[in-house]
Design a protein around this ligand. Structure first.
Ligand SMILES: NC(=O)c1ccc[n+]([C@@H]2O[C@H](COP(=O)([O-])OP(=O)(O)OC[C@H]3O[C@@H](n4cnc5c(N)ncnc54)[C@H](OP(=O)(O)O)[C@@H]3O)[C@@H](O)[C@H]2O)c1
Length: 384
């Protein structure tokens, strides 16, 4: 099969599309023919080498976390409901090293949770010892057949030590193998086309977790001033409509040329990067590094809350409630809940641009080097 591969640490322009063997599913795993993939910051950062002290990435490496595709082969036990299946060994043979986490983090739901100055919402912990990963997941997790349409989020197997229950061989390929028993994979409803299904996993899960953590109810929070820093990105463009729906007065950061876009997504006010208003009730940081939050914290009025999703974990700030939102276990819902919200029209990713598979390296390069407003999606195969 063809896959995007990195042969060494470096920027995505050094990646190439090459022939590699089709991965075969082991016990508890499914093989998926990939239809579409969306790119996230972690896809680029992991291979950049920035985190090599914490994560020793084996090469060649195939990037790609968020995907949609069709199940083409089953490993032992994945056609049975959770609880009846066999224990499985995530990561294709190696046992789990429940290390308690690596502090560096690479964004996107991959680092084990480290408590910062504030609290951690949805934090997580690691899912037990070897063979115990499925324990605790709800009904309906797993249980796949050949031909099923699926979508979801899975991190590279090299991150198995860092707390993710959802691992894969890398989605930017014609085929990939995934762990079946994770809440971060689900059946793709027919109402959700493959590009939207590939765009939604990480940003949908994250927006849901942020909304649950903010506890913004329309009956008590209408008119509340809410700042979103990073509003033009994948997470930000997914989050804005959810906030607007609550009746909150949403203030979004954007470049001048993106002001109309964020207004169309629900922002009532637009401010420049770093140009924060004073006295907001609630701030969401979905882009600035966790050790550079002073300006955003200063915008929050005493007694207000700052929810952030970036590493490193945030410090404490006097007089406000600061929390890192990182849901490693699907505590705020997994992919089935993302699918249900999407079908109900409550959740949608903004797709900035779609690329053919032959341009996948360009898509990764554009993601790393160019401005974008929403998700970049790669079509791996034309729709059957
Ligand atoms: N904790 C979690 O569960 C979790 C989940 C998902 C993502 N994350 C993390 O969240 C961050 C955002 O993810 P994403 O997928 O939304 O990224 P993204 O698609 O790259 O979006 C980032 C957006 O923010 C803009 N931006 C850059 N610097 C800014 C600044 N100083 N102020 C305001 N806006 C700025 C960018 O525009 P420009 O082109 O102008 O730079 C871009 O539009 C990443 O660090 C990611 O690792 C964490």
């Amino acid at each position: 099969m063809e896959a995007v591969i990195a042969r060494q640490y470096g920027p995505p322009r050094q990646h190439e599309i090459a022939e590699v063997p089709i991965p075969e599913p082991g016990p508890g795993q499914i093989q998926v023919r990939i239809a579409a993939v969306s790119i996230n910051p972690a896809d680029v950062r992991l291979v950049s080498g920035d985190f090599r002290a914490a994560i020793d990435l084996p090469f060649p490496h195939i990037p790609g976390n968020d995907f949609a595709g069709t199940v083409t082969a089953l490993g032992e036990g994945v056609d049975r409901p959770v609880g009846e299946g066999i224990g499985h060994d995530v990561g294709g043979g190696a046992s789990w090293d429940v290390s308690g986490g690596v502090g560096a983090g690479v964004g996107e739901r991959v680092g084990a949770v480290v408590v910062g100055g504030g609290g951690v919402v949805g934090g997580g912990g690691v899912a037990g010892a070897s063979g115990d990963v499925g324990a605790g997941f709800g009904e309906g997790v797993g249980g796949y057949s050949v031909g099923d349409e699926v979508f979801g989020f899975a991190t590279p197997r090299a991150l198995r030590h860092m707390g993710s229950s959802s691992l894969s061989t890398g989605a930017l390929a014609e085929y990939a193998v995934f762990e079946a028993r994770t809440p971060f994979l689900a059946h793709r409803p027919p109402e959700l086309d493959v590009e939207q299904a590939a765009a939604l996993p990480t940003v949908g899960l994250t927006a849901r977790a942020l909304m649950a953590s903010a506890d913004l109810r329309s009956d008590t929070h209408a008119g509340r001033r809410v700042l979103v820093v990073g509003a033009t990105g994948g997470v930000g463009t997914t989050l804005l409509p959810l906030l607007a729906e609550t009746g909150a007065h949403v203030i979004a950061t954007a470049r001048p040329e993106d002001a109309d876009l964020v207004r169309a997504l629900g922002a009532k006010e637009v401010v420049g990067y770093g140009d924060y208003p004073a006295g907001v009730d609630l701030a969401f940081n979905v882009v600035v590094a966790g050790d550079a939050l002073d300006g955003i914290a200063a915008a929050v009025k005493p007694g207000g809350r700052l929810l952030t999703i970036t590493f490193p974990p945030p410090p404490a700030f006097d007089g406000i409630d600061v929390r890192l939102v990182l849901d490693m276990e699907g505590r705020f819902g997994g992919m089935a809940e993302v699918a249900a919200d999407a079908v109900a029209g409550r959740l949608r990713a903004r797709i900035d641009r779609t690329y053919a598979f032959g341009d996948a390296v360009q898509a990764l390069t554009d993601f790393a080097e160019r401005h974008k407003t929403g998700k970049l999606v790669v079509r791996v195969r034309s729709r059957a």
